[in-house]
Design a protein around this ligand. Structure first.
Ligand code: ZN
Length: 313
């Protein structure tokens, strides 16, 4: 299937990284590759495939380099990896990624707990990795994802001025774009509008993706609010993989299938074929037996007479 050449929005699939690193069991490499192939076949054109962290911390990501080396063979796919530090960035660049993403916490408490660095130290890390990219792989793009941008389970409120200031500092330090992540599922649409409006006013074309979680059922509403503020890249996870460890039973990342359905039904093209996207759940489920997967659209099926915005030939 050939998707329409121009999609209106970019759906960035984060399941193979964000999803898999949040579940206890490790998906075998062969299943990961089959899953990524199925996502690509459905028309997904950006996938965060792995995290380059020490295998003893996250055994689920021990095969990161192998997964990247496979994913970069898929035509038209932008292959992303998460890197927390320079060492991870070196390994990711050596494997051949197209884009790096760094998690930078807006919450001072979360930053120390998550990466054992202050926010200021993380901005310096962004600067170092941006220089590394310029030296070794100038075509590689660097994204700083501002995590806990809408609130934090450790410190509660995260001041909006601090979120925006940090995003600006990351771009000044060399990040190509800076997006906002609702890491713990605290965001509401009014807040999403406010923050993305400010982000886009400050950063213009350097304003990045919306990374929303569905912990309290507002994932889609938050994505729509971000869309209406001009955001055009959305992170999502097939089957909503990646339950928030602080909210047992709650689904984590916004469900890719439901997000694609919302956009396509509204006449906003994603370039993705929904039937094939739903079929891409099979290798995910096969590779993680017993792990819950979410999604209203896959359960209910497509409405009778459904006309997607994306035409496939
Ligand atoms: Zn997430």
């Amino acid at each position: 299937m050939t998707p329409t050449p121009t999609a209106d929005v970019l759906i960035s699939e984060v399941g193979p990284r964000d999803g898999l690193q949040s579940v206890k069991s490790t998906m075998p490499t062969a299943d990961k590759l089959r899953w990524i192939d199925a996502l690509h076949a459905a028309g997904v054109r950006e996938i965060e495939v792995a995290s380059f962290v020490p295998a003893k911390l996250l055994p689920q990501m021990a095969d990161a380099a192998e997964v990247v080396r496979h994913a970069i063979t898929l035509p038209g796919l932008t292959v992303m990896a998460l890197v927390p530090n320079r060492r991870g960035a070196e390994a990711a660049l050596a494997a051949g990624v197209h884009k790096l993403t760094m998690p930078v916490s807006a919450s001072a408490a979360h930053s120390l707990a998550n990466v054992r660095k202050t926010r200021e130290e993380m901005v310096e890390e962004v600067r170092a990795i941006s220089e590394l990219c310029r030296e070794r792989a100038p075509h590689v793009k660097l994204e700083a994802g501002i995590s806990t941008a809408f609130g934090c389970t450790l410190q509660g409120l995260v001041p909006e001025d601090e979120v925006i200031a940090l995003a600006v500092q990351c771009v000044q330090a060399g990040a190509d774009e800076s997006g906002l992540s609702d890491t713990v599922g605290y965001a509401n649409p009014a807040q999403v509008r406010r923050l993305f409006r400010r982000l886009r006013a400050e950063l213009g074309e350097h304003a990045g993706a919306a990374h929303m979680h569905n912990t309290r059922g507002l994932g889609l509403a938050n994505c729509l609010a971000a869309y209406e503020e001009g955001v055009r890249t959305f992170d999502a996870s097939l089957g909503g993989l990646g339950g928030c460890p602080y909210a047992p039973g709650a689904s984590g990342n916004v469900v890719t299938e439901d997000l694609v359905f919302m956009f396509e039904a509204s006449g906003i093209g994603t370039g993705i074929d929904l039937q094939q996207l739903i079929a891409a759940r099979a290798p995910l489920i096969a590779g993680l037996p017993g792990e819950p997967v979410y999604g209203m659209t896959p359960e209910a099926g497509l409405p009778k007479g459904f006309t997607p915005a994306t035409r496939h030939v």
